[in-house]
Design a protein around this ligand. Structure first.
Ligand SMILES: NC(=O)c1ccc[n+]([C@@H]2O[C@H](COP(=O)([O-])OP(=O)(O)OC[C@H]3O[C@@H](n4cnc5c(N)ncnc54)[C@H](OP(=O)(O)O)[C@@H]3O)[C@@H](O)[C@H]2O)c1
Ligand SMILES: [Zn+2]
Length: 364
Protein backbone atom coordinates (compact mmCIF):
# COMPACT_ATOMS: atom_id res chain seq x y z
CA UNK A 1 0.00 0.00 0.00
CA UNK A 2 2.90 2.35 0.76
CA UNK A 3 4.35 1.55 -2.68
CA UNK A 4 0.97 2.51 -4.12
CA UNK A 5 1.18 5.84 -2.23
CA UNK A 6 4.61 6.50 -3.78
CA UNK A 7 3.34 5.67 -7.28
CA UNK A 8 0.40 8.06 -6.80
CA UNK A 9 2.73 10.76 -5.43
CA UNK A 10 4.96 10.46 -8.51
CA UNK A 11 2.09 11.50 -10.77
CA UNK A 12 2.77 15.08 -9.70
CA UNK A 13 6.53 14.83 -10.34
CA UNK A 14 8.09 18.28 -10.81
CA UNK A 15 4.89 20.18 -10.02
CA UNK A 16 4.61 20.31 -6.22
CA UNK A 17 7.50 22.53 -5.07
CA UNK A 18 7.90 23.96 -2.51
CA UNK A 19 5.64 21.17 -1.28
CA UNK A 20 6.51 17.45 -1.15
CA UNK A 21 5.28 14.59 -3.35
CA UNK A 22 2.55 12.83 -1.39
CA UNK A 23 0.14 10.03 -2.17
CA UNK A 24 -2.54 8.53 0.09
CA UNK A 25 -4.61 5.35 0.01
CA UNK A 26 -7.74 4.54 2.09
CA UNK A 27 -8.22 0.82 2.79
CA UNK A 28 -11.38 -0.75 4.24
CA UNK A 29 -11.72 -4.49 4.82
CA UNK A 30 -8.64 -5.14 2.69
CA UNK A 31 -9.97 -3.18 -0.27
CA UNK A 32 -8.83 0.22 -1.60
CA UNK A 33 -11.82 2.56 -1.26
CA UNK A 34 -10.09 5.88 -2.01
CA UNK A 35 -6.83 7.24 -3.44
CA UNK A 36 -5.33 10.65 -3.94
CA UNK A 37 -2.16 12.67 -4.41
CA UNK A 38 -1.07 16.26 -3.93
CA UNK A 39 -1.14 17.74 -7.47
CA UNK A 40 0.60 21.09 -6.85
CA UNK A 41 1.17 23.79 -4.22
CA UNK A 42 -2.06 25.58 -3.36
CA UNK A 43 -4.20 22.51 -4.09
CA UNK A 44 -5.53 20.24 -1.31
CA UNK A 45 -3.23 17.59 0.15
CA UNK A 46 -3.21 13.91 -0.83
CA UNK A 47 -5.20 12.81 2.23
CA UNK A 48 -8.06 15.18 1.38
CA UNK A 49 -8.38 13.79 -2.16
CA UNK A 50 -8.21 10.21 -0.89
CA UNK A 51 -10.87 10.81 1.81
CA UNK A 52 -13.12 12.52 -0.74
CA UNK A 53 -12.76 9.56 -3.08
CA UNK A 54 -13.80 7.32 -0.17
CA UNK A 55 -17.04 9.28 0.17
CA UNK A 56 -16.13 11.79 2.89
CA UNK A 57 -18.02 15.06 2.55
CA UNK A 58 -20.38 13.66 -0.09
CA UNK A 59 -24.18 13.94 0.29
CA UNK A 60 -25.92 11.65 2.78
CA UNK A 61 -26.90 9.11 0.11
CA UNK A 62 -23.23 8.09 -0.22
CA UNK A 63 -21.54 5.99 2.44
CA UNK A 64 -18.44 7.38 4.22
CA UNK A 65 -16.18 4.40 3.60
CA UNK A 66 -13.25 6.06 5.39
CA UNK A 67 -15.01 5.52 8.73
CA UNK A 68 -13.07 2.80 10.55
CA UNK A 69 -10.62 2.51 7.62
CA UNK A 70 -6.82 2.52 7.49
CA UNK A 71 -5.14 5.39 5.65
CA UNK A 72 -1.66 4.96 4.18
CA UNK A 73 0.39 8.08 3.40
CA UNK A 74 4.10 8.43 2.55
CA UNK A 75 4.63 11.59 4.64
CA UNK A 76 3.26 12.49 8.07
CA UNK A 77 -0.11 14.28 7.78
CA UNK A 78 0.20 18.01 8.39
CA UNK A 79 -1.13 19.52 11.61
CA UNK A 80 -1.05 23.25 10.83
CA UNK A 81 -3.21 25.71 8.96
CA UNK A 82 -1.29 26.54 5.80
CA UNK A 83 -3.00 27.25 2.50
CA UNK A 84 -5.29 24.35 3.43
CA UNK A 85 -6.74 23.13 6.77
CA UNK A 86 -4.72 20.46 8.64
CA UNK A 87 -5.03 16.90 7.33
CA UNK A 88 -4.78 15.50 10.87
CA UNK A 89 -8.18 17.09 11.62
CA UNK A 90 -9.66 15.87 8.33
CA UNK A 91 -8.60 12.29 9.14
CA UNK A 92 -10.03 12.51 12.66
CA UNK A 93 -13.30 14.04 11.40
CA UNK A 94 -13.63 11.25 8.82
CA UNK A 95 -13.42 8.70 11.63
CA UNK A 96 -10.42 6.71 10.34
CA UNK A 97 -9.22 4.00 12.72
CA UNK A 98 -5.57 3.77 11.75
CA UNK A 99 -2.95 5.81 9.85
CA UNK A 100 0.21 4.25 8.42
CA UNK A 101 2.90 6.89 7.85
CA UNK A 102 6.00 6.46 5.66
CA UNK A 103 8.21 9.07 7.31
CA UNK A 104 7.91 11.88 9.86
CA UNK A 105 7.73 15.46 8.51
CA UNK A 106 11.39 16.59 8.11
CA UNK A 107 10.62 20.11 9.34
CA UNK A 108 11.91 20.11 12.95
CA UNK A 109 9.36 22.80 13.87
CA UNK A 110 6.33 20.69 12.96
CA UNK A 111 7.70 17.11 12.72
CA UNK A 112 5.75 14.66 14.89
CA UNK A 113 2.88 17.09 15.47
CA UNK A 114 0.46 15.42 13.07
CA UNK A 115 1.18 11.98 14.52
CA UNK A 116 0.73 13.25 18.09
CA UNK A 117 -2.58 14.92 17.20
CA UNK A 118 -3.91 11.71 15.61
CA UNK A 119 -2.86 9.59 18.60
CA UNK A 120 -4.41 12.09 21.02
CA UNK A 121 -7.70 11.63 19.16
CA UNK A 122 -7.49 7.85 19.58
CA UNK A 123 -6.31 7.02 16.05
CA UNK A 124 -3.74 4.21 15.88
CA UNK A 125 -0.57 5.39 14.09
CA UNK A 126 2.24 3.28 12.63
CA UNK A 127 5.37 5.15 11.50
CA UNK A 128 8.32 4.09 9.30
CA UNK A 129 7.00 1.88 6.51
CA UNK A 130 9.12 1.75 3.32
CA UNK A 131 10.97 4.64 4.95
CA UNK A 132 14.00 4.50 2.62
CA UNK A 133 11.85 4.73 -0.51
CA UNK A 134 9.84 7.56 1.08
CA UNK A 135 13.04 9.52 1.87
CA UNK A 136 14.34 8.93 -1.65
CA UNK A 137 11.21 10.23 -3.35
CA UNK A 138 11.26 13.47 -1.35
CA UNK A 139 15.03 13.89 -0.95
CA UNK A 140 14.99 17.31 -2.63
CA UNK A 141 12.08 18.56 -0.50
CA UNK A 142 13.82 17.30 2.65
CA UNK A 143 17.10 18.96 1.61
CA UNK A 144 15.27 22.25 1.03
CA UNK A 145 13.65 22.13 4.50
CA UNK A 146 16.82 21.13 6.35
CA UNK A 147 19.41 23.27 4.51
CA UNK A 148 17.28 26.19 3.27
CA UNK A 149 18.64 25.64 -0.25
CA UNK A 150 17.48 23.52 -3.20
CA UNK A 151 19.17 20.14 -3.70
CA UNK A 152 21.88 20.61 -6.37
CA UNK A 153 22.37 17.67 -8.75
CA UNK A 154 25.32 17.72 -11.15
CA UNK A 155 24.62 15.56 -14.17
CA UNK A 156 27.06 14.95 -16.99
CA UNK A 157 27.79 12.48 -19.75
CA UNK A 158 31.40 11.54 -20.39
CA UNK A 159 33.37 9.13 -22.51
CA UNK A 160 35.36 6.29 -21.01
CA UNK A 161 38.42 8.55 -21.19
CA UNK A 162 36.68 11.23 -19.13
CA UNK A 163 35.74 13.80 -21.80
CA UNK A 164 32.40 15.62 -22.00
CA UNK A 165 33.12 17.05 -25.50
CA UNK A 166 35.66 16.84 -28.30
CA UNK A 167 38.59 19.26 -28.47
CA UNK A 168 36.44 21.49 -30.72
CA UNK A 169 33.66 21.51 -28.10
CA UNK A 170 31.28 19.16 -29.93
CA UNK A 171 29.29 16.98 -27.52
CA UNK A 172 26.16 15.65 -29.26
CA UNK A 173 25.92 12.86 -28.32
CA UNK A 174 28.16 11.26 -25.76
CA UNK A 175 25.54 8.73 -24.61
CA UNK A 176 22.89 6.68 -26.39
CA UNK A 177 19.13 7.13 -26.51
CA UNK A 178 18.34 5.19 -23.31
CA UNK A 179 20.54 7.46 -21.21
CA UNK A 180 19.13 10.55 -22.91
CA UNK A 181 15.57 9.38 -22.19
CA UNK A 182 16.55 8.94 -18.57
CA UNK A 183 17.85 12.53 -18.53
CA UNK A 184 14.56 13.77 -19.98
CA UNK A 185 12.73 12.01 -17.15
CA UNK A 186 15.12 13.49 -14.63
CA UNK A 187 14.44 16.98 -16.00
CA UNK A 188 10.68 16.44 -15.66
CA UNK A 189 11.21 15.92 -11.93
CA UNK A 190 13.40 18.99 -11.35
CA UNK A 191 12.44 22.61 -10.78
CA UNK A 192 15.34 24.21 -12.69
CA UNK A 193 18.27 23.32 -14.97
CA UNK A 194 21.42 25.44 -15.04
CA UNK A 195 23.98 25.85 -17.83
CA UNK A 196 26.78 28.35 -18.40
CA UNK A 197 27.37 30.67 -21.35
CA UNK A 198 29.74 28.28 -23.14
CA UNK A 199 27.20 25.48 -23.19
CA UNK A 200 24.68 27.83 -24.85
CA UNK A 201 27.31 28.90 -27.42
CA UNK A 202 28.59 25.38 -28.15
CA UNK A 203 25.54 23.10 -27.75
CA UNK A 204 22.52 25.34 -28.32
CA UNK A 205 20.44 23.03 -26.07
CA UNK A 206 16.66 22.91 -25.59
CA UNK A 207 16.86 21.63 -21.99
CA UNK A 208 13.24 20.49 -22.06
CA UNK A 209 11.88 17.15 -20.83
CA UNK A 210 10.82 16.20 -24.41
CA UNK A 211 7.84 14.31 -22.99
CA UNK A 212 4.24 14.98 -23.85
CA UNK A 213 2.41 16.40 -20.85
CA UNK A 214 5.50 16.24 -18.62
CA UNK A 215 6.70 19.14 -16.55
CA UNK A 216 9.43 21.38 -17.98
CA UNK A 217 11.79 22.95 -15.47
CA UNK A 218 12.84 26.59 -15.49
CA UNK A 219 15.86 26.87 -17.81
CA UNK A 220 18.64 28.92 -16.23
CA UNK A 221 21.68 30.42 -17.95
CA UNK A 222 24.59 31.90 -16.01
CA UNK A 223 26.60 34.31 -18.18
CA UNK A 224 28.78 37.22 -17.17
CA UNK A 225 29.65 38.37 -20.69
CA UNK A 226 26.21 37.90 -22.31
CA UNK A 227 27.99 37.40 -25.65
CA UNK A 228 25.41 34.77 -26.48
CA UNK A 229 23.82 33.96 -29.87
CA UNK A 230 20.55 35.76 -30.68
CA UNK A 231 19.07 32.62 -32.20
CA UNK A 232 19.64 30.31 -29.21
CA UNK A 233 16.85 27.77 -28.68
CA UNK A 234 16.61 28.79 -25.02
CA UNK A 235 15.18 32.20 -26.01
CA UNK A 236 12.10 30.47 -27.40
CA UNK A 237 9.97 30.50 -24.27
CA UNK A 238 6.78 29.05 -25.79
CA UNK A 239 7.51 25.58 -24.42
CA UNK A 240 9.41 26.41 -21.22
CA UNK A 241 10.48 29.58 -19.41
CA UNK A 242 14.09 30.79 -19.35
CA UNK A 243 15.93 33.07 -16.95
CA UNK A 244 19.39 34.51 -17.56
CA UNK A 245 21.49 35.45 -14.54
CA UNK A 246 24.24 37.97 -15.23
CA UNK A 247 26.25 40.68 -13.48
CA UNK A 248 25.06 44.23 -12.96
CA UNK A 249 25.47 46.42 -16.03
CA UNK A 250 26.48 43.60 -18.38
CA UNK A 251 25.50 44.30 -22.02
CA UNK A 252 22.27 46.33 -21.55
CA UNK A 253 21.40 45.91 -25.27
CA UNK A 254 21.46 42.13 -25.07
CA UNK A 255 19.49 42.26 -21.84
CA UNK A 256 16.70 44.21 -23.53
CA UNK A 257 16.81 41.83 -26.51
CA UNK A 258 16.30 38.91 -24.10
CA UNK A 259 13.44 40.63 -22.29
CA UNK A 260 11.71 41.27 -25.63
CA UNK A 261 11.88 37.50 -26.25
CA UNK A 262 10.11 36.85 -22.95
CA UNK A 263 13.30 35.79 -21.17
CA UNK A 264 13.66 36.98 -17.57
CA UNK A 265 17.00 38.65 -16.81
CA UNK A 266 18.36 38.88 -13.28
CA UNK A 267 21.39 41.06 -12.54
CA UNK A 268 23.44 40.06 -9.50
CA UNK A 269 26.26 42.09 -7.93
CA UNK A 270 28.43 39.01 -8.27
CA UNK A 271 27.43 36.03 -10.43
CA UNK A 272 28.08 33.03 -8.21
CA UNK A 273 26.45 29.57 -7.94
CA UNK A 274 25.66 30.34 -4.30
CA UNK A 275 23.67 33.51 -5.11
CA UNK A 276 21.85 31.82 -7.98
CA UNK A 277 20.85 28.94 -5.67
CA UNK A 278 19.62 31.47 -3.10
CA UNK A 279 17.46 33.10 -5.78
CA UNK A 280 16.06 29.71 -6.83
CA UNK A 281 15.34 28.82 -3.20
CA UNK A 282 13.36 32.06 -2.87
CA UNK A 283 11.28 30.92 -5.86
CA UNK A 284 10.22 27.88 -3.81
CA UNK A 285 12.38 25.38 -5.71
CA UNK A 286 13.41 22.01 -4.23
CA UNK A 287 15.68 20.54 -6.93
CA UNK A 288 18.14 22.12 -9.34
CA UNK A 289 19.93 20.17 -12.05
CA UNK A 290 23.38 21.45 -13.05
CA UNK A 291 23.85 20.45 -16.71
CA UNK A 292 26.82 22.74 -17.25
CA UNK A 293 30.37 22.14 -18.46
CA UNK A 294 33.40 21.71 -16.22
CA UNK A 295 34.15 25.38 -15.53
CA UNK A 296 30.82 26.15 -13.94
CA UNK A 297 30.59 22.68 -12.38
CA UNK A 298 33.85 23.24 -10.47
CA UNK A 299 32.62 26.60 -9.25
CA UNK A 300 29.28 25.09 -8.18
CA UNK A 301 30.97 22.22 -6.30
CA UNK A 302 33.44 24.59 -4.61
CA UNK A 303 30.57 26.75 -3.34
CA UNK A 304 28.53 23.83 -2.01
CA UNK A 305 25.81 24.22 -4.64
CA UNK A 306 26.03 20.52 -5.61
CA UNK A 307 25.12 17.62 -3.32
CA UNK A 308 24.43 14.78 -5.73
CA UNK A 309 26.30 13.52 -8.80
CA UNK A 310 24.84 11.63 -11.76
CA UNK A 311 27.61 10.58 -14.16
CA UNK A 312 26.70 8.78 -17.36
CA UNK A 313 29.71 6.96 -18.78
CA UNK A 314 29.71 5.90 -22.43
CA UNK A 315 32.08 3.11 -23.54
CA UNK A 316 33.74 5.38 -26.13
CA UNK A 317 37.15 6.96 -26.39
CA UNK A 318 37.49 10.39 -27.99
CA UNK A 319 40.98 11.43 -26.82
CA UNK A 320 42.23 15.01 -27.01
CA UNK A 321 44.48 16.45 -24.34
CA UNK A 322 42.49 19.73 -24.36
CA UNK A 323 39.03 18.19 -24.64
CA UNK A 324 36.65 19.33 -21.88
CA UNK A 325 36.29 17.25 -18.73
CA UNK A 326 33.30 17.16 -16.32
CA UNK A 327 34.85 19.16 -13.48
CA UNK A 328 37.41 21.98 -13.86
CA UNK A 329 40.00 23.05 -11.32
CA UNK A 330 39.10 22.53 -7.66
CA UNK A 331 42.54 23.57 -6.43
CA UNK A 332 43.43 20.08 -5.20
CA UNK A 333 47.02 18.86 -5.55
CA UNK A 334 47.14 15.49 -3.83
CA UNK A 335 44.85 12.49 -4.25
CA UNK A 336 43.87 12.43 -0.58
CA UNK A 337 42.02 15.71 -1.22
CA UNK A 338 39.66 14.00 -3.69
CA UNK A 339 35.95 14.26 -2.97
CA UNK A 340 34.92 10.68 -2.27
CA UNK A 341 31.29 10.04 -3.07
CA UNK A 342 29.03 8.37 -0.53
CA UNK A 343 26.01 6.12 -0.98
CA UNK A 344 27.28 5.20 -4.46
CA UNK A 345 25.31 3.04 -6.87
CA UNK A 346 26.11 1.82 -10.39
CA UNK A 347 23.54 0.94 -13.00
CA UNK A 348 23.61 -0.03 -16.67
CA UNK A 349 21.39 2.21 -18.82
CA UNK A 350 21.16 0.78 -22.34
CA UNK A 351 24.75 0.66 -23.59
CA UNK A 352 25.97 3.21 -21.04
CA UNK A 353 26.63 3.16 -17.30
CA UNK A 354 25.24 5.52 -14.66
CA UNK A 355 27.18 6.22 -11.48
CA UNK A 356 25.15 7.95 -8.81
CA UNK A 357 26.35 9.24 -5.47
CA UNK A 358 26.47 12.08 -2.97
CA UNK A 359 29.30 14.50 -2.21
CA UNK A 360 30.51 14.35 1.38
CA UNK A 361 28.80 17.05 3.41
CA UNK A 362 31.05 19.84 4.59
CA UNK A 363 31.22 20.24 8.35
CA UNK A 364 29.77 23.68 8.76
N1 LIG B 1 28.65 16.05 -22.00
C1 LIG B 1 28.05 16.82 -21.11
O1 LIG B 1 27.43 16.32 -20.16
C2 LIG B 1 28.12 18.30 -21.24
C3 LIG B 1 27.24 19.11 -20.50
C4 LIG B 1 27.36 20.48 -20.61
C5 LIG B 1 28.36 21.03 -21.42
N2 LIG B 1 29.15 20.22 -22.14
C6 LIG B 1 30.24 20.74 -22.95
O2 LIG B 1 31.03 21.52 -22.11
C7 LIG B 1 31.64 22.57 -22.85
C8 LIG B 1 31.45 23.85 -22.07
O3 LIG B 1 32.06 23.74 -20.85
P1 LIG B 1 32.46 25.02 -19.99
O4 LIG B 1 32.87 24.58 -18.68
O5 LIG B 1 33.35 25.87 -20.77
O6 LIG B 1 31.07 25.80 -19.99
P2 LIG B 1 29.88 26.22 -19.12
O7 LIG B 1 29.21 25.20 -18.38
O8 LIG B 1 29.06 26.95 -20.09
O9 LIG B 1 30.47 27.19 -17.99
C9 LIG B 1 31.32 28.26 -18.22
C10 LIG B 1 30.57 29.56 -18.43
O10 LIG B 1 29.67 29.79 -17.38
C11 LIG B 1 29.53 31.17 -17.17
N3 LIG B 1 29.67 31.50 -15.75
C12 LIG B 1 28.88 32.35 -15.10
N4 LIG B 1 29.22 32.42 -13.83
C13 LIG B 1 30.24 31.59 -13.63
C14 LIG B 1 30.99 31.25 -12.50
N5 LIG B 1 30.75 31.78 -11.31
N6 LIG B 1 31.99 30.37 -12.64
C15 LIG B 1 32.22 29.81 -13.85
N7 LIG B 1 31.52 30.10 -14.96
C16 LIG B 1 30.54 30.99 -14.86
C17 LIG B 1 30.53 31.88 -18.05
O11 LIG B 1 29.79 32.30 -19.17
P3 LIG B 1 30.14 33.59 -20.05
O12 LIG B 1 31.42 33.25 -20.72
O13 LIG B 1 28.99 33.70 -21.00
O14 LIG B 1 30.26 34.74 -19.12
C18 LIG B 1 31.50 30.77 -18.40
O15 LIG B 1 32.11 30.95 -19.62
C19 LIG B 1 30.97 22.58 -24.19
O16 LIG B 1 31.85 22.06 -25.14
C20 LIG B 1 29.78 21.67 -24.02
O17 LIG B 1 29.51 20.97 -25.20
C21 LIG B 1 29.06 18.88 -22.07
ZN1 LIG C 1 -1.98 18.10 4.78
Amino acid sequence: MMQRCLALARRALGRTSPNPLVGAVVVKDGEIVGEGFHPCAGEPHAEVFALKAAGVGADSTQENRACGATVYVNLEPCNHHGRTPPCSEALIAAGVAKVVVGIVDPNPLVGGGGIARLRAAGVEVVVGVEAQACYQLNEAFIHRIVHKRPLGILKYAMTLDGKIATTSGHSAWVTNQDARSEVHQLRAGCDAIIVGGNTVRKDNPYLTSHQVGAHNPLRVVMSRQLNLPEDARLWDTAEAPTVVFTEEGSSPDFQSFLRQQGVEVVELTSLTPELVMTNLYDRGFCSVLWECGGTLAASAIAQGAVQKILAFIAPKIIGGSHAATPVGDLGFTIMTEALTLERVSWRVVGSDCLVEGYLPQKNS
